[in-house]
Design a protein around this ligand. Structure first.
Ligand SMILES: Cc1cc2nc3c(=O)[nH]c(=O)nc-3n(C[C@H](O)[C@H](O)[C@H](O)COP(=O)(O)O)c2cc1C
Length: 334
């Protein structure tokens, strides 16, 4: 029998994803796992300072532990935005040093900061002065023609010196010219060993790994090498896998998901959101992948992407979509 990994002190996280990991998505994910650490979408420091804070930063109490990811390159603004996040009750503030989009590059932040480790250190130090919370960084192993050995070690050293509490590494480079953000999540090759080597060199530091991890079993294997594992697309597209996270972290057999309870909770939540002026689809768009592999999932998805998007759609549309799913087919889906 396979040895149970020691997951004590380890972390399972759902990655920050713009347009995906908004508060409704996080509420949904939290119903599936109490132990997963949930990251917000990247919020630009200027937006946190000048924007509609409640819309950008508000969250439900059940989302804890929840981490605010910030983007920016100005130490004073990041310190201010971090302090605003702390006031809102976030559990940790994370700095984005991995996003390669043009919009982000023109503001000289995100992945292009990989070329400026000293500056990233200054940003972390500034954020630390603003808050009494863990301040962490999410980065790549390098950009463009950087040597990942030097680039990642250099960045790690700079952020430790500045007092960072953890470093999450998306285990591939970003190529800043010629690739779209989407291509930059697939085309540069993954190099998990590079992240493992960083951990071996820094045994007392928290180092988490991210990129291309698609099952709980893969997450478990990575946990034997590093301190944390972060899933992005797999968690979003097949959220049922989050139902196994608590068993992974606490030991014991995975429990099957109480889908009736889950859909009931989500329908109530959507009802409250609609009563506050929101739309059903704001909530249900994150739930499209829930019944992946079940009989009836196609019809469920169709209803969520058609009827549920109508302006006047209510929670009963979610219940009707759920009624199409044959839960008894779940064994085949496993
Ligand atoms: C739609 C989408 C939006 C993303 N937005 C962010 C972001 O706001 N901040 C960030 O650090 N990474 C962002 N990422 C990258 C993910 O956090 C993650 O690093 C990447 O998807 C690789 O992990 P995965 O293979 O598990 O998806 C985004 C990814 C996706 C798919």
């Amino acid at each position: 029998m396979r040895k149970r990994p020691d997951t004590k002190g380890k972390t399972f996280a759902v990655a920050p994803m713009i347009d995906w990991t908004d508060r409704h998505c996080r509420f949904f994910h939290r119903q599936l796992s109490k132990r997963a650490v949930l990251y917000t979408e990247m919020i630009v420091a200027d937006a946190a300072i000048h924007g509609d804070r409640q819309r950008l930063l508000g969250f439900d109490e059940c989302e804890h532990p929840v981490v605010l990811q910030l983007g920016g390159s100005d130490p004073a603004k990041l310190a201010q935005a971090a302090a605003i996040g702390a006031d809102y009750g976030y559990d940790e503030i994370n700095l984005n040093v991995g996003c390669p989009s043009d919009r982000v590059q023109s503001g000289t932040f995100g992945a292009c900061l990989m070329k400026m480790p000293e500056h990233v250190g200054a940003l972390v130090a500034a954020m630390k002065t603003g808050v009494d919370l863990p301040v962490t960084v999410k980065c790549r192993i390098g950009v463009d023609d950087q040597d990942p050995e030097e680039a990642l070690d250099g960045l790690a050293e700079a952020v430790w010196k500045a007092g960072a509490d953890a470093l999450w590494v998306h285990a591939r480079k970003a190529w800043l010219q010629g690739l779209s953000p989407k291509e930059n999540r697939d085309i540069p090759p993954l190099d998990y060993d590079r992240v493992y080597r960083l951990k071996q060199k820094n045994p007392d530091r928290f180092i988490g790994i991210n990129g291309g991890i698609s099952t709980i079993s893969e997450a478990r294997d990575h946990m034997e090498q590093v301190d944390g594992v972060m899933l992005g697309r797999a968690a979003y597209q097949t959220p049922a896998l989050l139902g196994d996270v608590d068993a992974l972290m606490e030991g014991g057999e995975p429990r099957s998901i109480d889908y009736d309870g889950l859909i009931g909770t989500m329908a109530d939540y959507a009802g409250r959101h609609i009563a506050e002026g929101g739309r059903l689809s704001h909530v249900t768009r994150h739930m499209v992948g829930l019944f992946h592999g079940f009989a009836g999932a196609r019809r469920y998805r169709q209803i969520l992407s058609s009827d549920a998007t109508r302006k006047d759609a209510g929670p009963e549309v979610l219940l009707a979509a759920f009624a199409e799913v044959d839960l008894a087919s779940s064994l085949d889906a496993a």
